[in-house]
Design a protein around this ligand. Structure first.
Ligand code: AMP
Length: 299
């Protein structure tokens, strides 16, 4: 089955203590779409300006991503600039320039409206609502968010939580919404806001799922060198949705394996700037790391 992904399609300028890379292909939807594409057909909904490099369209094409929902408009592509500290878990946003995203209000292609798996990747919650409004009985809807939207659009985000099945956010965002430092208490409070499945991401420490089938502690792949973690969260949830869409049986039966596969795709994302490393891997690279994780976490 297919996954529909809406989110930012961006040019990212990323600075780490070791290097600086301007105008890489980025955005929550780009990372999530490439990650999901290793497992299932992907439909991308987004917008880029007329400055968007052709080679990045080529990258989406290489991964077989359906671009009927990607608009090109006169103007500038969404641009995000960020800088990492020596501890790569700490990042500062230097610039967010919405460009053509400012007026983006997509009408989904008819063929997209019946997509069973929907990922509302990180973008303003009003836009997430707008896309969800056009979907016809999706099977599983997951949303991601970020601190910016919690700060400036909380009422809309809280309304969204009542409309979705799964919510994925990181530990500091969970604390910002619930006021809770303890992840397990925060998970309980997040369920009360709507979603039956909540995943809190813990950076290099993995993630925690709380669902009707209980808790699952998902490890991160043990990387020895992180080049650029930008997009790791998006790769995680993209890989997760791709795996679910490709799997038979109930969501609850498949969700743990989906998280492990998402976690492994995210590990590749961290090994290169932007999408440069993820772009070059094969499904067999993912399978190898999944087997390693299995061997090092089971008993
Ligand atoms: P992550 O590292 O998973 O938090 O995702 C980073 C990606 O989010 C980058 O590729 C950015 O282009 C994108 N991004 C940053 N700020 C925003 C924003 N305000 N809205 C949507 N996407 C954003």
């Amino acid at each position: 089955m297919s996954v529909l992904i809406v989110g930012s399609t961006a040019l990212d300028s990323i600075k780490t203590p070791k290097a600086e890379n301007p105008r890489l292909l980025g955005g929550s939807a780009s990372h999530a779409a490439v990650a999901a594409s290793f497992f299932a057909p992907v439909r991308l909904v987004g917008i880029v300006g007329d400055d968007f490099p052709r080679k990045y369209v080529g990258l989406y094409d290489r991964h077989g991503i359906d671009l009927a929902g990607l608009q090109t408009k006169p103007g500038k592509t969404f641009h995000w600039a960020g800088e990492y500290e020596v501890n790569m878990n700490n990042r500062r946003t230097l610039a967010t320039e919405l460009g053509v995203f400012e007026t983006f209000s997509p009408d989904l292609p008819k063929a997209y409206q019946n997509t069973p798996y929907v990922l509302l990747a990180n973008i303003g919650p009003d836009l997430q609502h707008h896309v969800l409004d056009q979907m016809k009985k999706p099977k599983f809807v997951v949303a991601d968010t970020m601190d910016l939207w919690i700060n400036i659009a909380l009422p809309s985000l809280l309304r969204l939580l009542k409309r979705i099945d799964g919510f994925v956010l990181n530990d500091s965002e969970a604390k910002a919404i619930t006021g809770e430092d303890n992840v397990f208490v925060a998970l309980k409070k997040l369920h009360k806001l709507g979603p039956s499945h909540v995943i809190v991401k813990l950076g290099s420490h993995g993630s925690v799922l709380s669902s009707p089938s209980g808790l699952f502690l998902c490890p991160a792949y043990p990387l020895q060198k992180v080049v650029d973690p930008t997009g790791a969260g998006d790769s995680f949830v993209g890989g997760l949705m791709g795996w679910l869409a490709a799997s038979k049986g109930s969501i609850d039966k498949n969700l743990r394996a989906a998280m492990i596969h998402g976690s492994v795709v995210a590990s590749f994302c961290c090994e290169g700037f932007g999408l440069t490393r993820t772009d070059r891997i094969q499904r067999s690279d993912i399978d190898r790391r999944v087997a390693e994780l299995k061997a090092s976490t089971g008993w």
